[in-house]
Write a protein that binds this ligand. Sequence first.
Ligand SMILES: [Zn+2]
Length: 54
Amino acid sequence: MAKCAICGKKIAELFLEKLKGTIVKKPGKSKQYPVCFECQKKFKSNEELLKEIK
Ligand SMILES: [Zn+2]
């Protein structure tokens, strides 16, 4: 199960590939970071989310 890249919590999977949350990509990188719904709410923009991902 996917873990949130920010808080480390497991992200509940709703259906087969649909995560409750979002997938963030760093510009120019192919790695994808899953982010849970709560962190998505906390950090409104993509830039803010990326800043929180180590
Ligand atoms: Zn989170």
